[in-house]
Ligand binder design. Structure first.
Ligand code: ADP
Ligand code: ZN
Length: 732
């Protein structure tokens, strides 16, 4: 045996690009790719993942360290997933070791044992199943009998098979033809798919058509964009798809933006699928997370529901991926490994050769463009379930109507009317706290954060001033520290609007839903239940209101200030605003009661508001796509953003100037824009700026990013700042 045959390349969670090579000195063969190993690293030890068995190494023999400790006998990360992680590391230009760690729960990264190996068994492959139905398949009687036995079970143990007349040799012959494959047997028998289901609703013709279209493509990769207005029954379509997959013993991965905000959805899924469901999200304890992950890996969890990082869940029997609310920005990680779970979900489905469904009432312009170009198949559910029909929109011109702490007279009149009819009201305001500024009329200044270019927000209930960017907190003092004048809170946040409404409607129950409220454990569920039961008559809230809640008795939705989003600095600002308005409007009038949506703005003639008013999201989106095409923004070009920050302002510009200069010298088909200061230049005491790469050619863009990364490793300027690269940024 030569030394070369015993090399292993290991991914270790450190910010260096490549895997690390070790000499395998343990007993037996080196562990397979995807197995965990304990390796010496610096002066300590780390748990890493074997990436491959390289034939050679660039390291001199003397520097090569030994590894003799394999933690797994079977890969903790399956080949399919390891390949996806490698792809992601390349695509997002992020160190492989830090990418791979996203695929393992913390306890396993720390070296805890995988679930004990199960009894070995055999199962039918899709090819084997097809073989059974082939009209003239040449095969022996014994082989046909084995295939039939396996077809009626998810898998059978080797001993059980031998008892039924199928010795291992026969199974190995079938495996050579690709008709059966070895597997580990599940610990407990899976929930039998014949268990009685709750009475099924009769699908609407649109739902039935969407379901049929997805079913019709059969096995193999296919991507669908399910554009269904809120309350059109998208979730019901998911439930049917998942049930069908369960019958075929295949797993579904369902990605959702934030599980905590949508307890209703998980409730519905659990009712339908019981123990076949596991949930993966950040609020789990390490133990719960590991248990859910192990269940998914064992193929026992047939439905894996999770947030962003669940796109890396183990799925040995994957059959379908669904991304709910695919437009949601929480799918894009905003720091460290800046991946898009939505985009990787499509990549993973393609590599697995399975279907993927992206769903939303307000699809992203990227996905709509993919549907238009034929890459995704577009399915639409244009109507709400029930008799209510779409809500009506009304705009209140704030330049013509006085407001009282953010509430205009016509809006208050509408609130009165809806409450009189025994209905509920939702008011949306994307600003928590009491007032966004504390202003001294004498000094003419507002109190600012000392670390950010931002004003401190007044939080009257807790008696604090809070910076919403860095979290800096100070006690609230109304007297100006300079001149002693009594200061005033300018503008209104959710706290103030709630107070005002309570004084106007002392007999009504008025509640607030924002991050300050939900910081208390269990508070979110209580607030949502009170609304669902009808106890709360007015709910004032932030972005949290827009997330898929189904409140049957809400008939009025008020958008208190649309203007914050109308003139944002990002090319996506308007898209986000349109999505928010349409999502929050979707909470109005869900069943048999028509809904009304009132938008307060000082710019009633803005084209976005006009198109939402007289038409709908689709109309807005096609206008917006045209504009993007003309301006050459995504999805008609690709972006990468280099961000840098430092406590000393000149340092970031020295670095970014050098970067721009270098990139320009490469003469690639890439436009280089900047350096430009960030929208809020100083945050947490650091100055921030960026350089933007933009290109119509993805390959040219990625090649230039790779070359620049390579070059900047040697720059002194790069070591004096904190820098990052963000591919397909959600914000610029
Ligand atoms: P979406 O996910 O598009 O917002 P849901 O699937 O949550 O819509 O459906 C909205 C409401 O309509 C839910 O309460 C659901 O139970 C109900 N619903 C869905 N499909 C049907 C149907 N075919 N018949 C009757 N009610 C339905
Ligand atoms: Zn701050």
């Amino acid at each position: 045996m030569t030394a070369e045959t015993t090399l292993i390349r290991v991914a270790v969670a450190v910010p260096l690009d490549e895997g690390f090579d070790y000499l395998w000195t343990g007993a037996g063969e080196p562990p397979a790719a995807g197995c965990r190993v304990r390796v010496p690293f610096g002066r300590s030890e780390r748990v890493g993942i074997v990436l491959e068995h390289p034939a050679t190494t660039a390291l001199p023999r003397a520097k090569l360290r030994a590894c003799e400790d394999a933690l797994d006998t079977a890969p903790a990360i399956a080949t399919e997933l390891l390949d996806l992680l490698r792809f992601a590391a390349d695509y997002y230009h992020h160190p492989i070791g830090e990418v791979v760690r996203h695929a393992l729960p913390g306890l396993l990264r720390a070296g805890e044992a995988l679930t004990a190996p199960r009894e070995q068994g055999w199962r039918l492959t899709p090819l084997g199943r097809a073989q059974m139905h082939a009209p003239r398949a040449p095969r022996g009687v014994r082989q046909a009998a084995v295939l039939r036995e396996l077809a009626s079970e998810s898998a059978l143990g080797a001993r059980e098979l031998a008892r039924r007349g199928a010795p291992p040799a026969l199974l190995r012959r079938l495996a050579v033809r690709g008709w059966v494959e070895p597997c580990e047997l599940a610990e407990s028998p899976r929930v039998p798919s014949t268990q009685p289901r709750p009475t099924e609703l009769k699908l609407t013709p649109d739902q039935a058509a969407a379901l049929a279209a997805i079913e019709a493509v059969g096995d193999g990769f296919a991507a669908f964009l399910l554009h269904g207005v809120t309350g059109s029954g998208k979730t019901e379509v998911f439930l049917r798809l998942i049930a069908k997959l369960l019958d075929r013993d295949r797993q579904t991965l369902l990605l959702v933006p934030e599980i905590g905000l949508t307890p209703q959805l998980v409730g519905r899924l659990r009712e339908r699928f019981g123990d076949a469901l596991v949930v993966l999200h950040s609020a789990l304890t390490p133990r719960e997370r590991t248990a859910a992950w192990q269940k998914a890996r064992a193929g026992e969890a047939m439905l894996v529901v999770g947030t962003r990082s669940a796109v890396f869940a183990p799925l040995p029997r994957a059959g379908l991926v669904i991304v709910d609310e695919e437009h949601d920005t929480s799918y894009k990680q905003q720091d460290g490994f800046r991946y898009s779970a939505r985009d990787l979900a499509v990549v993973r489905a393609r590599r697995l050769g399975i279907r993927v469904v992206l769903a939303s009432a307000t699809p992203s312009l990227e996905s709509l463009q993919n549907a238009q170009s034929g890459r995704y198949r577009l399915l639409t559910l244009p109507q709400r379930i029930g008799a209510a029909g779409p809500p009506s929109f009304r705009i209140i011109d704030l330049t013509k109507h006085a407001t009282r702490q953010g509430l205009s007279t016509p809006l208050l009149a509408s609130i009165d009317e809806h409450l009189e009819h025994g209905n509920q009201v939702l008011l949306f305001l994307n600003r928590r706290g009491f007032a966004p500024a504390l202003f001294c009329p004498n000094c003419q200044t507002a109190e600012e954060c000392d670390r950010c270019d931002a004003r401190m927000t007044v939080h009257a209930r807790t008696g604090t001033l809070l910076c919403h960017h860095c979290g800096r907190e100070r006690p609230l003092r109304w007297a100006c520290p300079n001149c002693g004048t009594e200061r005033i809170g300018v503008g209104a946040g959710t706290e103030r609007v709630t107070d005002t409404l309570r004084s106007l409607y002392p007999d009504r129950r008025i509640e607030r839903l924002d991050r300050d409220v939900t910081a208390r454990r269990g508070a979110l569920a209580t607030v949502l239940e009170n609304v669902a039961r009808g106890d709360t008559q007015i709910l004032v809230g932030t972005q949290m209101l827009t997330k898929g809640h189904d409140f049957p008795r809400v008939t009025l939705v008020g958008v208190l200030n649309a203007d914050q989003g109308l003139f944002g600095t990002d090319f996506r600002s308007l898209e986000r605003l349109a999505q928010t308005i349409v999502q929050v409007a979707g909470r109005a009038g869900r069943r048999d009661q028509p809904g009304e949506v009132v938008i307060q703005t000082s710019f009633p003639e803005h084209p976005l508001l006009r198109s939402l008013l007289v038409e709908d999201y689709t109309a807005y989106a096609s206008l917006a796509l045209e504009e993007r095409r003309r301006a050459g923004w995504p999805p008609f070009s690709h972006l990468a953003v280099w961000r840098a920050e430092a406590t000393q302002r000149p340092r970031i510009f020295e670095f970014l100037e050098k970067l721009r200069h270098y990139a320009a010298s490469r003469r690639a088909a890439v436009e280089i824009l900047g350096p430009a200061p960030a929208a809020m230049e100083r945050s947490r005491g650091r100055y921030r700026a960026q350089v933007l790469f933009q290109s119509r050619e993805r390959n040219a863009l990625h090649a230039l990013v790779a070359a620049t990364l390579e070059a900047l490793r040697g720059w002194r300027e790069a070591r004096r700042v904190r820098w990052s690269i963000d591919i397909d940024p959600a914000e610029i």
